[in-house]
Design a protein around this ligand. Structure first.
Ligand code: ZN
Length: 242
């Protein structure tokens, strides 16, 4: 099966639509959380995600905050302002959709979480030391993670137990053959200094993972952010990918 793997859409509908179009026909979509937060179009993004074929989706920290499952004090000020401003605009259907999302899911023998296998909603895996500790909590050979907004793979070399990190560029294709945790990057707010929307295609039989980047109209989304009276920082960062 050809699976589109996406994460951290962050209410950026233009980026999400560009990814869906660029990925083409797929057998399923695995979404690693944070559909909402930061961006201007949370309801529209949830509606779009719900319509995707073979959808499996897990809960992100911003999703949880939007439905009052996480104390807003845990967020930085700009992130908090977006949630406070747009939380009340969530439709009943959107709210119900977020409420039923699990924190973790196993699909085809792969663990799907937003953060990490040991702390599914909150922990960032940014370095090999953290990844090494998280491999101990990974009950499946592969884990797909989001949250950091950086397309990356952590591979565990056996028997030494050394973890290697590789940042992924558009078009990079990996053949998986040992324990690995993979991040498709962020659809709606990339943070690797490349503003293009990021996603991955995973083949469940061949065990291949391909990273892709796609252009979208950043300027239009920046205008939407300003119209929605969200922090200007959320608009500025989209143009530079930070
Ligand atoms: Zn995020």
């Amino acid at each position: 099966m050809h699976i589109l793997v996406i994460s951290d859409i962050h209410a950026n509908l233009m980026a999400l639509d560009a990814v869906i179009q660029d990925a083409g026909v797929v057998d399923g979509v695995w979404c690693l959380g944070d559909i909402v937060g930061y961006g201007p179009d949370p309801n529209e993004c949830i509606t779009r995600v719900r319509q995707l074929p073979g959808l499996v989706c897990v809960l992100g920290n911003h999703d949880a905050a939007m439905i009052d499952q996480i104390d807003l004090a845990a967020f930085n000020e700009d992130a908090r302002l977006s949630i406070e401003r747009l939380g009340p605009t969530l439709s009943e259907e959107s709210r119900e959709f977020l409420q039923q999302l699990p924190e973790a899911k196993v699909c085809d023998g792969i663990t799907l979480v937003h953060g990490s296998p040991r702390n599914p909603v909150w922990e960032y895996i940014l370095d090999t030391a953290t990844a090494k500790r998280c491999f101990k909590s990974l009950a499946t050979p592969y884990g797909f993670i989001g949250h950091t907004h950086v397309p990356v793979v952590f591979q565990l070399a056996k028997p030494e137990g050394k973890v290697q990190i590789q940042l992924l560029q558009s078009g990079d294709k990996l053949q998986l053959d040992g324990p690995a945790m993979l991040n498709p990057g962020s659809v709606g707010q990339p943070r690797d200094h490349n503003p293009y929307a990021s996603y991955a295609l995973f083949d469940t039989q061949e065990k291949t993972w391909e990273n892709h980047r796609v252009f979208y109209d950043v300027l239009k989304v920046q205008r939407r952010i300003i119209e929605a009276k969200l922090p200007i920082k959320h608009a500025l960062r989209l143009a530079e990918g930070w």
